[in-house]
Design a protein around this ligand. Structure first.
Ligand SMILES: [Zn+2]
Length: 354
């Protein structure tokens, strides 16, 4: 045997052991995705299926503004192929520490491994004045609590599917199919199956955004067919509520509710007696019946204004995993719509323990 033959055999033996079984030699394990919140994790799992392994930094029952940048989170981020954040400065207090601490160049900002989920969403409350400390914890890019508008859930799911396909081209078809299934499920939950069959999810959303969905339903005698979350919340259009933090604006906007006041005098500033007195006056004047708040805030102030006005305090998670029942993104919106509808009817909603 000459030297060339030996070298060829050696190379073949090396290739046989080093190459994975996959014919195109592509990496075949699931993509490691780290998300800042559980809502994003749920959307990643919906479109990624078994082709991703997702981990969330924040839990669903903690305040996402204030997450401790623990070394264990940096270790998790070190292994990530993709990092997904809410953005709009929600994670401003802790994200950079984790990204720096991870020493993972694949997930740096402006790389394909870093997805800012806020990029394509419908934004509310972008301030038109220069933001100063006086205004409280105002986010200059707008209100970052956008995930409670199901339209934004739909938009973010698409952005995630596109990015996963970019990072893992051989699985692009799977991501596209999963996205289609998720979008169909979300549209059906939003408008009810009959309207989605009649008009299609895309055009229903387009009309909802333009504000002419009501006209369309009237013209075509379809008003009675509006089901899902939109149908359930329809009787409450124009209803005023009070919330603890400015974190329910997107939900209120989508379903036509008005947040008349917050218990926090400014976002991130704890309620003061003087401010609560003005909230009580407002609630009495407007006949406001519901104070909506997340489980991670103290309910002392809410109980105080409720006692003065006869309103109901509705404690409801606003993230996946905030309660057991809110197991995924669609279940979270189900839970919120159900509880809010019951509370507005004056029934005591069944509340979990957080
Ligand atoms: Zn906030």
């Amino acid at each position: 045997m000459n030297r060339t033959a030996i070298a060829v055999m050696g190379a073949a033996a090396w290739a046989a052991t080093a190459l994975p079984a996959s014919p195109c030699n592509a990496p075949s394990g699931p993509l490691a995705v780290v998300t800042t919140t559980t809502d994003l994790k749920s959307l990643v799992e919906a479109v990624g299926g078994d082709r991703v392994r997702a981990t969330s930094i924040a839990c669903g029952y903690e305040d996402p503004h204030f997450v401790q940048a623990k070394p264990s989170y940096m270790m998790t981020a070190r292994e990530a192929d993709l990092w997904v954040r809410i953005g709009m400065e929600l994670e401003i207090g802790w994200e950079e520490l984790l990204l720096d601490g991870s020493r993972n160049p694949r997930i740096r900002i402006s790389t394909p491994g870093h997805l800012d989920a806020s990029e394509g969403v419908l934004r509310l409350e972008a301030p038109s004045v220069r933001v100063t400390r006086e205004l409280g914890d105002i986010h200059p890019l707008g209100n970052p609590h956008y995930w409670l508008d199901p339209l934004n859930g739909r938009i973010v799911a698409k952005a995630i599917a596109d990015r996963l396909a970019q990072l893992r081209a051989p699985d692009a078809d799977t991501f596209r199919k999963n996205l289609a299934a998720f979008t169909a499920a979300l549209d059906t939950r939003m408008f009810g199956p009959e309207l989605v069959r009649t008009a299609g999810g895309d055009s229903l959303w387009a009309m909802a955004v333009k504000g002419n969905l009501g006209d369309f339903l009237n013209q075509h005698n379809l008003t009675g067919k509006l089901g899902g979350w939109a149908g359930r919340m329809r009787p409450w259009r124009g209803t005023r509520i009070v919330t603890y933090h400015r974190s329910w604006s997107y939900l209120a906007n989508r379903f036509g509710l008005t947040v008349a006041a917050e218990l926090e005098p400014k976002p991130g500033v704890p309620p003061s007696p003087a401010h609560l007195a003005t909230v009580v006056e407002r609630m009495k004047a407007d006949g406001i019946k519901v104070v909506l708040m997340e489980p991670f805030y103290s309910r002392k102030s809410a109980d105080f204004v409720a006692a003065k006005t006869g309103a109901t305090v509705l404690v409801c998670p606003n993230s996946v995993g905030g309660e057991k029942e809110a197991a995924d993104y669609l279940a979270l919106i189900d839970l919120i719509v159900d509880r809010l509808d019951q509370a507005l009817r004056g029934q005591a909603p069944a509340q979990g323990k957080g």
